[in-house]
Design a protein around this ligand. Structure first.
Ligand SMILES: CC(C)(COP(=O)(O)OP(=O)(O)OC[C@H]1O[C@@H](n2cnc3c(N)ncnc32)[C@H](O)[C@@H]1OP(=O)(O)O)[C@@H](O)C(=O)NCCC(=O)NCCS
Length: 256
């Protein structure tokens, strides 16, 4: 259950400053041979940050200028578009979040308001950090398929600061490699554009589909870092989380 998978990040964010923004995207580096194509141009603000200093190997918690990101990168893969949230995504996101199969290992979003707040938090996260959960759209039809992306871990743990990757798709989109394809593009963005040193993911141990995605991405199981999620009730089967890690060097090797 990664990302703001669990989360109630909205509550966590209240009163929080814009600390830890990741700076200096570097679109010129490009992706590592993957089917990944950032299609938006960077803003002047982004370019100014680039001029101020490099991108190499930043951790999620590094001190950084307090930026507002005025544009959100749109990414295209063979079958998908990863794009910014629009108002028309709210209804399909709420429908997806009302499906018990989808929400089995995720924290419930029981009302339309809770769904809207989840989306609002993604929009805020993009504005503050330049990344978040993108909408995953079918490139051929424009249909809403779900959400995938990167997210700053919003609670304190031995492994924070950290950036995690997560995914949630509408039931009809499962079983076609969509999560893996969207995640690969997200990882390429995280490593090649944001310059992260590591991206983590975690899931409830019973969530084998999600862990299969992690393994297919080349993420490494790190049992020593399994943890009890501090934002999940003590008696919940979702409290224990299995940790996977993807160091930058492993990603780079796998991408050759
Ligand atoms: C997890 C999820 C995003 C995977 O989406 P997807 O597009 O079907 O994933 P992919 O097809 O890329 O890969 C899934 C892999 O797990 C396998 N799998 C699917 N369901 C499985 C299950 N119940 N048990 C074991 N393996 C399973 C698939 O066969 C596939 O592996 P393969 O390619 O080797 O055959 C999707 O199931 C989902 O949205 N689940 C609900 C939300 C969720 O749990 N998010 C993760 C929170 S941590």
């Amino acid at each position: 259950m990664s990302e703001g998978c669990v989360a109630d990040p909205v509550a966590r964010a209240k009163g929080r400053g814009r600390e830890g923004a990741i700076r200096s995207p570097s679109p010129g580096r490009g992706a590592t041979g993957r089917s990944y194509q950032p299609t938006d141009r960077l803003t002047q603000a982004d370019a100014a940050v680039n001029r101020r200093g490099g991108r190499a190997g930043r951790a999620a918690g590094d001190a950084a200028p307090q930026l507002a990101w005025a544009c959100i990168m749109t990414i295209q893969t063979d079958r998908l578009t990863l794009r910014a949230w629009r108002d028309e995504d709210r209804a399909p996101f709420a429908a997806m979040s009302a499906d018990p199969d989808v929400m089995r290992y995720l924290r419930a979003l029981p009302t339309r308001q809770a769904c809207d707040q989840w989306i609002d938090f993604q929009i805020k996260h993009f504005a503050e950090h330049g990344f978040g959960f993108w909408v995953v759209e079918d490139r051929a039809t424009g249909a809403f398929l779900g959400a995938t992306g990167l997210f700053k871990v919003f609670f304190d743990a031995p492994f924070t600061p950290a950036v995690e990757i997560g995914w949630r798709l509408a039931r009809a989109a499962w079983g076609r490699g969509i999560a893996t394809e969207a995640a690969r593009a997200s990882l390429a963005f995280g490593f090649d554009t944001l310059g992260l040193d590591e991206i983590i993911a975690y899931a409830a141990p019973a969530n084998q589909a999600s862990q299969n995605v992690m393994r297919k991405l080349g993420m490494i199981r790190d049992e020593a870092s399994d943890f009890d999620h501090p934002r999940v009730e003590a008696d919940s089967p979702l409290r224990r989380q299995a940790m996977y890690r993807l160091p930058r060097a492993v990603w780079a090797n796998a991408s050759r």
